[in-house]
Design a protein around this ligand. Sequence first.
Ligand SMILES: [Zn+2]
Length: 51
Amino acid sequence: MKYVCSVCGYTYDPEVGDASLDIAPGTAWEDISDSFICPVCGVDASQFDPE
Ligand SMILES: [Zn+2]
């Protein structure tokens, strides 16, 4: 399931991960959400909603 930043619209896709954040493809949201910071606007994971 993808997660979307409610502030800026950035989407985290676990199948892709995020190379800019050193998050490998296949990394589940649950495994990173404790420390995830939006790479675009800087909010934390509480501002993300499932797509
Ligand atoms: Zn954002």
